[in-house]
Write a protein that binds this ligand. Sequence first.
Ligand code: GRF
Length: 208
Amino acid sequence: MPQLKIGVLISGGGTNLQSIIDNINNGFIDAKIDVVISNKKSAYGLERAKSNGIDAIYVNPNNYKGSEEYNQIIISELQDRNIDLIVLAGYLKILSMDFVRTFENKIINIHPSLIPSFCGRGYYGIKVHEEVIKYGVKVTGATVHFVDDGADTGPIILQDIVFVDNNDTPLSLQLKVLNIEHKILPLAIKLFCENKLVLEDRRVIIKN
Ligand code: GRF
C-alpha cells in the first residue's frame, strides 16, 4: 500500500503532533506528515514540525475576509498536496461546512474527554478538565473521532479512560488525559492508514 500523506492542523503546543512524529519515526505508523498548518503564529507545534523537516505553515485568519475564505485557503493547500488524512491535533478553529464536505471521512480530531460528555462548543483546553472536576465524575478520558459538520459529534474511533482522583486538579487531570491522547491518536492514525476503519452509520468498526 502506498504511504499516506497526512496534514496536521494545530493551534498550540503540539504534544499530540509530537506523538504522531514519534510514532512515524519508530515505525508504528507507516505514513508521512506532509504539512503542519497553524492558525496561531506562536504555536510551538510549528517549531516541532520544522525541527523534524516537515513543512510548517502559519495561516493568519486576519488576512482573510471571513471564515469561509480562510478555510478555502487551507482546503487548497491540502488539496494541492494530495493529503489523504487530516488530523486536528489541538486545532481551535471550527472547520467550514465546505472543508468537512471536501474531506468527508478523512478528518479526525482528538478531544480530551469521553464524548458525548464535556464536549461541543466552549469545551476546549483546560476548561474541559475544570468542568469534569466541578461535575464530580469519577472517570474521564479522551476520544478520537471522525469530524462531521457538528462540534465533536462525528463517529467515534477510539476512547480510553483515566480515573479522577480526590486530589486531582484541572492541570493534573489534563496531564493524565494527554498521556492517553498520545497513545490513542497515533493508534487511530495507524488504523486509518491500514484501512482498518469501517463506517457503519455512525459506528466505526475496527477490522482485525
Ligand atoms: C489536547 O488536549 C487535545 O485533545 C485538544 O487540544 C489539546 C492540544 O494539545 N484538542 P497539544 O497542542 O497537542 O499539546
